[in-house]
Every structure is written in C-alpha cells, then in structure tokens.
Design a protein around this ligand. Structure first.
Ligand SMILES: N[C@@H](CCC(=O)N[C@@H](CS)C(=O)NCC(=O)O)C(=O)O
Length: 219
C-alpha cells in the first residue's frame, strides 16, 4: 500500500504524477493525502514524525515514510519498473537522476529565495535585491530546462511520462510567480502543453486543481 502526502502546486507534484503513471501502467492505486501548508499541517508532531523537515512530499510505503524527491522517485521507479518512469540502462539512468537532482537541489532552492525571501535578507532593499538576483538565475535555469526539453518526444524520455515532465511543469509554473512569462520560453511552453495532455499528468493536475496560469495571476 502506497500513500502520498502532497500540497497543491508544490514539488510533491513530481511523485504525484509518477504514482498516477504507475496506476495507469499496473493498476496499483495509491492514497493521496492533501497537506494544507498554509494551515501548518506539515508542522504537527504526527507529520514531523514522518518528515522532520516538515515538508511535502512524504511517500508512505507499507507503513514506512520516505522523504526527499530524488529518493522517492528512485523508489517508485524500482518498485514499479513496469511503469518505465526512468531509463533502465545504467548510464541513461544516472543521467536522468543527475537532471532530477539538479532540479531539486539547485533550481528548487533558487525558487525558495524568491518565495521565502525573508529567510535570506531583512531590509526591504536587501530583499528586493535577493529577489532580483533569484529571478535572473531562475530564467537561466529555465533556459537550460528548455534546451533539454527540445529532445523530448513527446515526453522527456520518449513515449512514457516521467518525473521530469512533472518537475519541468512545476518549475515553469512557479516561474510565472517570479515574473517569467512562459511565452518567453516558447519551446518549453510547447513541450509542457503537450505533457499536460498525458493522462497521468492530467489526473494529478485535476486532483491538485492547478494549471499553467500563474504568470497571469501574478501580473
Ligand atoms: N528537498 C526537499 C524539498 C521539499 C520542499 O521544499 N517542499 C516544500 C514544498 S515545494 C515544502 O513542503 N515547504 C513547506 C515548508 O518548508 O514549510 C525534497 O526533495 O523533498
């Protein structure tokens, strides 16, 4: 039995899409537990016992909690290889994990500087500077993802949806909040618009009630 603790629009979308792909490929269902971050549901003693970082996602596999996206994705792929979420050939798999790790350990924390600027600077002027520099770095990061996405056909690894499609969507969607117009990354946008049509992505989007509409919301 698999359970996923997720928050709408958060990085937990990445394993969320993976589990929908597993369900489509194998029939293995999962329980999706919504965590309301704005209500502090991720800071309760029960939640912290599953993830001391107080973050989503948490995957609970047969009663045991696992956190950190890269580990969660690796576990889902190894437990359900039939879903073909990651390449099986060792070098291709290592490259795939390298990309996933970079999205998680570099692009994602750059967004943290944008979303939670108060952690990094106190004065209004310093915060404005942190935000401006973060936005400039985010654009460069999204440009690199756009370059990678040019090899997608139709999805990141071919004809099966993967975690990378979900992370690319999430990062482009967050970019809208940071003032990055998805239209300014046309190849990435075209690929993402294709990826969101895939049934597992569409199912996760519907459960989370999100879309690629944050740029307009932020304007
Ligand atoms: N490196 C962590 C990042 C997780 C993370 O940053 N989660 C965010 C949502 S995207 C979160 O739960 N934030 C709430 C908080 O930190 O209070 C992972 O891979 O799981």
């Amino acid at each position: 039995m698999i359970e996923l603790y997720f928050a709408s629009g958060a990085c937990s979308f990445v394993p969320h899409v993976g589990l929908e792909a597993v369900k489509a490929a194998t029939g293995e269902d999962f329980k999706a537990n919504l965590v309301k971050l704005h209500k502090g549901e991720n800071k309760t003693p029960e939640y912290l016992a599953m993830n001391p970082n107080g973050q989503v996602p948490v995957l609970v596999a047969d009663g045991k909690p696992l956190n950190q996206i890269v580990a969660v994705c690796d576990y889902i792929d190894r437990r359900f290889p039939k879903a073909g979420l990651l390449p099986a050939e060792p070098w291709a798999r290592a490259q795939a994990l390298s990309q996933l790790a970079w999205m998680n350990n570099t692009v994602h924390p750059t967004f943290t500087r944008w979303f939670r600027t108060g952690y990094f600077a106190e004065s209004e002027a310093a915060q404005a500077e942190v935000k401006r520099l973060a936005a400039a770095q985010l654009r460069k990061h999204l440009e690199r993802i756009q370059e990678w996405s040019k090899a997608a056909g139709p999805y990141w690894f071919g004809d099966k949806v993967s975690f990378h499609d979900a992370y690319a969507f999430t990062l482009l969607r967050w970019g809208g909040y940071a003032g990055i117009d998805p239209d300014s990354l046309p190849a990435l946008r075209t690929y993402i618009e294709r990826a969101v049509q895939a049934a597992p992505v569409a199912a996760a989007l519907a459960r989370e009630r999100i879309a690629l509409d944050t740029y307009k919301q932020a304007a």
